[in-house]
Design a protein around this ligand. Sequence first.
Ligand code: 4NP
Length: 158
Amino acid sequence: MPYKLLFVCLGNICRSPSAENIMNYLIDKDNLSDRILCDSAGTSSYHIGSPPDRRMSAAAATKLGIKLQGRARQFQKSDFQEFDLILAMDQDNYQDILSLDPTGQYHHKVHLMCEFCSQHTLKEVPDPYYGGTEGFNQVIDLLLDACDGLLQHIVSKP
Ligand code: 4NP
């Protein structure tokens, strides 16, 4: 059974699709695609069905040479069972996810993405939506660091 990761932000058009695609890029490089599967979702319904934001896609193309794939969907309760690890981009996403698990039985699966950073000290992946190009570039830098750490964490599991 592959290990399943779900990346979650607010809209599922900027941060979480970037995390999903960067993680897949690292997984492919290490030939681990039969062992780890990735998906992403948003806590909101705002952008259901939309492709990644073009400013986010431009940053991913410029900085990493990757094309962001996927369409936005909303996080749903069944994701708690479906996925092994759920990575929230910021504290709001984290709390919104946990609020859908009132008994706390899946609490152990939910983590903040920045827990896995080793080169950056920020505790959240900042929402780039209302900002400029630099914010989108920063998202890519942070996520590359976090995805590296996350991959090491997964492959070092017994
Ligand atoms: P994301 O960014 O959560 O990283 O996808 C956002 C996308 C859309 C909105 C906010 C953040 N919005 O308010 O529509």
